[in-house]
Design a protein around this ligand. Structure first.
Ligand code: HEM
Length: 242
């Protein structure tokens, strides 16, 4: 992973002189927000009753703290998903920089103990087998590392490096929602071969595809961010008044 412009010299704070982009210059923000909200409305309600029987994944009896950690992770993850929308919304960043700073602090200070650490604790107990357990563990370690790196860079006022690490961190948060879509796509791709490969057992096919979609769901958004950082870095704008 490269930190393309994470120069060693301290960088100046964000430039305030650039005009806020118009909404059509950021056409992704509304679909991203909508997709994230649909994901939350679908994924979170089963856990509101705090009943392990209603969980969407198998809840092991041991360790006894598993369900508490899972629910903490999910409620924290809900907050994180909403904060990511606020953080990547250029209009909020430029118009209300204080909101950006405070929601950024909340993202790190709530995300590390209530989302990243519980994710790391439950990752080895995934019912999707060794592949899923490894994928989930690497995902959690990377999220924690990127988030802490982004926070440290902001404290050191190295804002270009801060931005890069936080974009990587946001990409990994997005992975959970992307996973839902990806699993459906993989199932649709493999469905014509369910008889030949899985003996007609659709559940077995879903289980087998789980680790693959798990890996791809955080690797693809991460690669997309790396591509964006390398090739699509926003160029300096000419002020509209000019
Ligand atoms: C930040 C990076 C994240 C990591 C590393 C992570 C990791 C994990 C892990 C390891 C599991 C257990 C999966 C299994 O046992 O197979 C899990 C489950 C879950 N996570 Fe996350 N997660 C992240 C972000 C989020 C976010 C932002 C949400 C939003 C609410 C979320 C919601 C859930 C839900 C709902 C489950 C239960 C599975 C289900 O109901 O389908 N996660 N996550």
């Amino acid at each position: 992973m490269t930190t393309t412009t994470a120069s060693s010299a301290p960088e100046r704070g964000p430039r305030r002189t650039r005009p806020a982009p118009r909404w059509w210059e950021r056409p992704w923000i509304a679909p991203l927000a909508l997709f994230s909200l649909v994901f939350l409305l679908y994924s979170v309600p089963p856990y509101l009753a705090l009943d392990p029987a209603r969980a969407r994944l198998p809840v092991p009896d041991h360790p006894s703290w598993y369900f508490t950690a899972l629910v903490t992770h999910i409620f924290g993850g809900t907050l994180l998903t909403l904060l990511v929308i606020v953080q990547v919304w250029p209009w909020v960043r430029r118009r209300y920089p204080a909101v950006h700073r405070w929601s950024g602090r909340a993202y790190v200070l709530a995300g590390v103990p209530f989302v990243g650490v519980p994710a790391l604790l439950i990752a080895p107990y995934s019912g999707s087998g060794a592949g899923g357990q490894v994928s989930n563990t690497v995902w959690a370690v990377l999220w924690l590392s990127f988030t802490v790196a982004g926070y440290v860079m902001a404290r050191r006022r190295r804002f270009a490096a801060h931005r890069e690490w936080m974009l990587r961190s946001f990409a990994l948060v997005f992975g959970i929602a992307f996973n839902r879509v990806l699993l459906i796509v993989l199932i649709l791709v493999m469905l014509p071969r369910v008889d030949t490969v899985y003996g007609g057992d659709v559940d077995a096919m879903g289980l087998a595809l789980g680790p693959a979609s798990g890996f791809l769901s955080w690797i693809i958004p991460l690669l997309a961010v790396e591509w964006w950082l390398k090739y699509r870095r926003p160029r300096r704008r000419v002020p509209r008044s000019a």
